[in-house]
Write a protein that binds this ligand. Structure first.
Ligand SMILES: [Zn+2]
Length: 371
């Protein structure tokens, strides 16, 4: 933990005088002054001069680490801490600092937890690197000794695309006692406060004018026990069309395996498209190499996005379609899905919509086209 380390550095006087150490000590003292004056770039430069004169001065390496953490340069801080702990390998505080730096983990491809340390405070930020997707999640502290959080823990967060959210700040309670913490975090896609557009008219996800049957409906007895999902009887290789405009956020089409057992669950190819109201649609069981879009593509409703198949847990070729709304849930369900599946209605001739029913057949009607 950097808080007590800093105290240690300030309390430990400079070492015995040796060649070069007088200058090094002067640089180091100036580095401390610069750090306390919050001039972290100067602290880094002065402490770097100190280790130039006296490379064994581990306290100066440690000061470089503090300064770089304060400037958000975690890789640089890590290098300096490694140098310090190579010189002073039995120092438990240095080891703890290294572990704390390591805890700034990536929790989802686009979401990163960052810790900014300002003297005895640690400010916990969540950075969303995705330009398109909102993420939500929760930060917890499996270990927190001699720190007081500003906001109760575990702390939920929601972070918009390309944004950083400060989730919590923890403050060292007693400056002269050992203090440490560990951060754990979970994140999932979506903004749990988003509400689906009421009554949106989805398109049946195949070519305009073609008819297909719902072979398994919402809460169906085979594989939809707990969710609102639809299986349509698309033969292998049929064009799959986007049921609604959106941005492609996930594509998997490298699998050729499928069969009538749960063990094939992870083998399904699929495409996920995020809609502008925060819901997303899943198109499942696509053919190997059957995707016709890639991640980050913007697609229009009715656009061909792939070819159907029977990869994954499937008794035969079909298209699995489901729309999800984000929830507070951050752990994937047993089928690997997040959020809550919702019922959708589909466009029919004359602008009507229909709620699909198992066993019934429907004709896809795309906007601007006549039957
Ligand atoms: Zn299904």
């Amino acid at each position: 933990m950097l808080g007590p380390l800093l105290m240690l550095a300030l309390l430990v006087p400079a070492r015995a005088v040796e060649a070069g150490v007088v200058e090094a000590t002067a640089y180091y003292d100036s580095a401390i002054a610069a750090f306390n004056g919050r001039d972290y770039a100067a602290a880094d430069a002065l402490a770097t001069k100190a280790v130039g004169e006296a490379p064994f001065l581990w306290e100066a390496w440690q000061m470089i680490a503090y300064a770089r953490v304060a400037m958000d340069d975690l890789p640089g801080a890590r290098k300096a801490l490694i140098a310090a702990s190579n010189i002073n390998p039995n120092n438990p505080h240095l080891q703890q600092s290294l572990e704390n730096l390591g805890s700034a983990t990536v929790i989802a491809p686009a979401v990163e937890v960052r810790v900014r340390r300002v003297l005895t405070r640690a400010i916990i930020d969540v950075v969303n690197h995705s330009p398109d997707i909102t993420f939500h999640g929760v930060i917890s502290f499996p270990t927190m000794v001699n720190f007081t959080p500003d906001v109760s823990v575990p702390t939920p967060f929601t972070v918009l695309p390309s944004c950083t959210a400060t989730v919590n700040t923890i403050r060292q309670a007693d400056l002269y006692k050992h203090a440490m913490y560990e951060i754990a975090s979970r994140a999932a896609m979506g903004d749990p406060r988003a509400l689906p557009t009421p009554g949106f008219a989805y398109l049946f996800p195949w070519r305009h004018g073609k008819i297909h049957r719902v072979v398994q409906g919402y809460f169906g007895a085979t594989t939809h026990l707990n969710k609102r999902a639809l299986d349509f009887d698309l033969p292998e290789g049929s064009s799959v069309c986007a049921a609604r405009a959106g941005i492609v956020i996930e594509v998997k089409d490298d699998s050729s395996r499928g069969g009538p057992a749960r063990t094939f669950l992870g083998d399904a190819n699929g495409i996920t498209i995020l809609h502008d109201d925060g819901t997303w649609a899943i198109y499942g069981h696509l053919q190997r190499h059957g995707a016709r879009v890639k991640v980050c593509d913007q697609v229009a409703g009715g656009q061909v996005i792939g070819l159907s198949g029977h990869t994954g847990w499937a008794t035969g070729p079909h298209l699995h379609f489901a729309v999800y709304q984000p929830t507070d849930q951050v752990e994937a369900g047993e089928d690997g899905d997040f959020g809550e599946s919702i019922a959708t209605e589909f466009l029919q001739p004359g602008g009507r919509t229909v709620a699909p029913r198992e066993g019934w057949s429907y004709c896809a009607v795309h906007p601007g086209k006549r039957l």
